[in-house]
Design a protein around this ligand. Structure first.
Ligand code: 5GP
Ligand code: MN
Length: 344
């Protein structure tokens, strides 16, 4: 309760609030930023939102005015906003490393920082931390936080339909359409939002039925030609090289959801999608059952995340990615089996 009161007074004392989220912002990042921004605006504030880089087009309905700044393309404006901030609210990430170059600007700022998040093991650098690792999404954490704030202070205006739409979007996308990491509160929130007037088909349509033809063709190609299944390792593997990106005129967000596909196969318990980028390989990992991709990503892929959805980066030639993945899987299983008597 004290934390809630402290947060409310920080907000009321601040005039230049900046909201930030992680690199390659997804539905939960943009949904939680926009939902919180609209709540703050409703309460007389004028927050600015900064993300490290551009978010995919299928989320643009949440920012029709184009007011969200991307640090990589609007660096001066974003730096001025962060430098002038009197409060920074960090959403959907647990470490400044996750916000890339924007992390230097945020780290250099001496103003109070508040974290709203659901990732494991948040850094200890925040003045107030609202972290719930059992929540489906940051949108779920933010939604219940705002409810508590308005219950605690009767002067605060509550959530608007527009905030609800943004929060619903993150709830839907981070749970892979209510399939993963859901708990009773997740459905409770969805129910309340539908009662508020959120049109779920409309959001579903915008998010899942707005892809380009090229992305669907690429998905077909990935499943038919690219995906490898390693039975002994119980693993699925996909690799998007620069060459493949060119072949399908790849755009950010096109590979959203690909990494989940191998898990539909019986016996596959871990899936890795590797994407060649400039100077590194982006790693996306998913699992089912007890396999912790968070631990795997921390141990071998310079990353982390959640137990069944994690990611990271590796710095090796693209030709070596497959054998690296297989050898690290083996090492990891060996390590787990030695330290936890067989439990993964
Ligand atoms: P995705 O596979 O969708 O890119 O990422 C899945 C999850 O893994 C994200 O929600 C995030 O928690 C985590 N993640 C992705 N990339 C990184 C990374 O480079 N470092 C860390 N620590 N976590 C990551
Ligand atoms: Mn999230």
């Amino acid at each position: 309760m004290d934390k809630i009161k402290d947060f409310i007074s920080l907000i009321s004392d601040s005039e230049k609030i900046v909201l930030v989220s992680h690199i390659n912002p997804d539905g939960d990042a943009i949904g939680s930023l926009v939902g919180m921004k609209l709540f703050l605006e409703e309460n007389g504030k004028h927050p600015q939102v900064v993300v490290p880089n551009r978010f995919p087009d299928f989320l643009s309905f949440l920012d029709e005015q184009g007011s969200i700044m991307a640090y990589d393309s609007s660096r001066d404006a974003a730096d001025s906003a962060v430098n002038a901030a009197d409060l920074i609210i960090c959403m959907d990430f647990n470490s400044l490393k996750r916000i890339d170059a924007l992390g230097d600007a945020v780290g250099a700022s001496s103003v109070k920082k508040v974290l709203v998040d659901h990732h494991l093991m948040p850094d200890n650098i925040f003045d107030i931390t609202f972290s719930d690792v059992s929540a489906s999404s940051t949108c779920e954490v933010a939604y219940y936080l705002i409810k508590e704030m308005t219950a605690c202070n009767g002067d605060l205006k509550g959530m608007t339909l527009e905030s609800g739409i943004a929060f619903y979007t993150g709830l839907m996308t981070d749970t892979n359409n209510f399939a993963n990491s859901v708990r009773p509160q997740t459905f409770g929130m969805a129910c309340e939002l539908l009662e508020m007037g959120v049109e779920k088909e409309d959001i579903q349509f915008k998010v899942y039925s707005g892809f380009r033809e090229q992305r669907m063709r690429m998905m077909g190609y990935m499943l038919y030609e690219n995906m490898k299944i390693f039975e002994k390792e119980k693993a699925g593997f996909m690799l998007i090289t620069k060459e493949l990106k060119e072949k399908f005129s790849f755009e950010d967000g096109d590979s959203e959801g690909f990494v989940n596909l191998p898990l539909n196969i019986k016996g596959v318990e871990v899936s890795g999608l590797f994407t060649e980028a400039d100077g590194y390989i982006k790693v996306s990992l998913r699992s089912k059952g007890d396999f912790s991709v968070n631990r795997l990503a921390r141990a071998h892929f310079n990353g982390g995340g959640h137990e069944r959805a994690a990611g990271g980066k590796i710095f090796i030639p693209v030709e070596e990615v497959e054998s690296y993945f297989l050898s690290k899987l083996e090492e990891y299983r060996h390590m787990i089996c030695c330290t936890e008597s067989g439990r993964q």
